[in-house]
Design a binder for this molecule. Structure first.
Ligand code: UDP
Ligand code: MG
Length: 136
C-alpha cells in the first residue's frame, strides 16, 4: 500500500554554493516529486543545533552544525507517494563514496560531510522537520 506523503529536503551549502540547486530540483521532479514549498535561507548555528539535536552526542555534531549554517540553503517540502523512503533512495547513502549510481549524493556529493542534501528519515521526523522550517 502506498500513500501520498510529504518529506523535508534541504539542498546544503556545498550544493547551493556550486549552483546545483536547479539540477537537483530537476532530479526531484523527474522522480515524480512535487515541490510544494521552498525557500532559500541561511540559519544560525544555534538553529542548526536544534535541527540536528538527534546527533548531539556524535563527534561530528559541532562541525555539522557549523557547516549547515555556513551559507545559504534551500529547504523544500516534497510530496509524492511514499515520499520519505523515495527521497532517501534518490539521495543515496550518507557517504557519497557508498552512494549508488544515479543518486544525488553520488552525482554531486563531495564527502561525507559535504553530501549536498538532507532528507527526513521517517514520517514522524518529516512532520517535525517540515514544522521546524515552515510552521506559520
Ligand atoms: N555526517 C558527518 N560525519 C559522519 C556522519 C554524518 O559529517 O560521520 C553528517 C552528514 O552531513 C550527514 C549528517 O551528518 O548528512 C547527518 O547524519 P545522518 O547519519 O543523519 O545521515 P543522513 O540522514 O544525512 O544520510
Ligand atoms: Mg539523518
Amino acid at each position: 500500500m502506498s500513500k501520498i506523503e510529504q518529506t523535508l529536503s534541504i539542498i546544503k551549502p556545498d550544493a547551493v554554493e556550486r549552483k546545483l540547486d536547479s539540477e537537483i530540483k530537476e532530479m526531484f521532479k523527474n522522480s515524480g516529486f512535487s515541490i510544494i514549498k521552498e525557500k532559500k535561507i541561511q540559519i544560525e548555528k544555534s538553529e542548526a543545533e536544534k535541527f540536528y539535536k538527534v546527533h548531539e552526542t556524535k563527534p561530528f555534531y559541532s562541525d555539522l552544525c557549523e557547516y549547515l549554517s555556513s551559507g545559504p540553503i534551500i529547504v523544500m517540502v516534497l510530496e509524492k507517494e511514499n515520499a520519505v523512503l523515495g527521497n532517501r533512495k534518490l539521495m543515496g547513502a550518507t557517504n557519497p563514496k557508498d552512494a549508488e549510481e544515479g543518486t544525488i549524493r553520488k552525482k554531486y556529493g563531495i564527502s561525507i560531510d559535504k553530501n549536498s542534501v538532507h532528507g527526513s528519515d521517517s514520517i514522524d521526523n518529516a512532520r517535525n522537520e517540515i514544522d521546524f522550517f515552515f510552521k506559520d
